[in-house]
Ligand binder design. Structure first.
Ligand code: PEP
Ligand code: MN
Length: 284
């Protein structure tokens, strides 16, 4: 392993807590669950998502507004308009929001509207972008590259931390393999290894790993059993109508059920799932 001076664990108990808001922190005793659609599509979609998730033990909302799509002809995201929707939701529901930053030029704008910057798989080794989010004043969710080794992943985190931002969460989201049956292969071995070698929190994205909604609940429970500090899961009010990643989107009801099913697994491995303490907000 190359020298990860800053993110390597120096003793077994060392762990970093990453703060998304005053109430929500990843890396402590409580499992943090982030839910929401692949892509922000309109305000009413995000209202539906927040209305459902605020009743469950979901602490943060996701939604992409700058989307890394395989085809240049596919919907590329709502951009600033989508950020304004995320801002409305985070204020109305008092839930932090996570969204992807694809370019250095987007960082300032996204920092004004979101609580956590996601670096997508395709950008895990975009070193200039890593250096730039290293200078941002927001926590970073760093997704593992499509075919990145654990060492490359750890060193990508080292880039961010070495540029001044210690608030980094690692996200295992599946790696490329030969078998198209699952979109990617969820590497739970990496989750265990990353928890052993770094002090950073590790979350699992079973949605992009599986690519199929019917696999997500079991993978989520497996991830928590392996020591993950949280989950990021895609869900949508009308999964089949999702503009991106429809096949892996859970319905909001399935998402709420999944979250409930995490609790006994979390408790079995000495973790908690925080029940929502928030005042429920009404849709506008
Ligand atoms: C996403 O979170 O919607 C996404 C594009 O993820 P990844 O970068 O892991 O493919
Ligand atoms: Mn997606």
């Amino acid at each position: 392993m190359l020298e990860a001076k800053l993110v390597a664990k120096s003793d077994a108990r060392q762990s970093t807590i990453v703060h998304l808001s005053e109430q929500v922190a990843i890396g402590g005793e409580a499992i943090v669950i982030i839910g929401g659609p692949c892509t922000v599509e309109n305000l009413s979609q995000m209202e539906d998502v927040a209305q459902s998730l605020q009743t469950a033990a979901v602490q943060a909302i996701r939604g992409g507004v700058y989307k890394p799509r395989t085809s240049p002809y596919a919907f590329q995201g709502m951009g600033l308009e989508g950020l304004e929707i995320l801002d409305t939701i985070r204020q109305r529901y008092q839930m932090p929001v996570v969204t992807e930053v694809m370019a250095i030029s987007q960082i300032e704008e996204i920092c004004a509207y979101a609580d956590m910057l996601q670096i997508g798989s395709r950008n895990m080794q975009n070193f200039d972008l890593l250096k730039a989010v290293g200078q941002a004043n927001k926590p970073v969710l760093l997704k593992r590259g499509l075919a990145a080794t654990i060492e490359e992943f750890v060193m990508a985190a080292e880039y961010i931390v070495s540029h001044g931002n210690s608030q980094v969460v690692l996200c295992e989201r599946g790696i490329r393999s030969f078998d198209p049956y699952t979109r990617n292969v969820l590497d739970l071995g990496a989750v265990v290894a990353l928890k052993q070698i770094t002090h950073l929190p590790v979350v699992v994205d079973p949605s992009h790993a599986a690519g199929k909604r019917e696999l997500i609940a079991d993978l989520s429970r497996g991830a928590i059993a392996c020591g993950a500090d949280g989950l990021i899961i895609e869900c949508h009010p009308h999964p089949e109508k999702s503009v991106s990643d429809a096949r892996q989107a859970l319905s909001l009801g399935a998402m709420v059920n999944l979250v409930q099913s995490i609790k006994p697994v979390a408790e079995a491995v000495g973790r908690k799932v925080y029940e929502p303490q928030r005042q429920l907000a009404k849709a506008a």
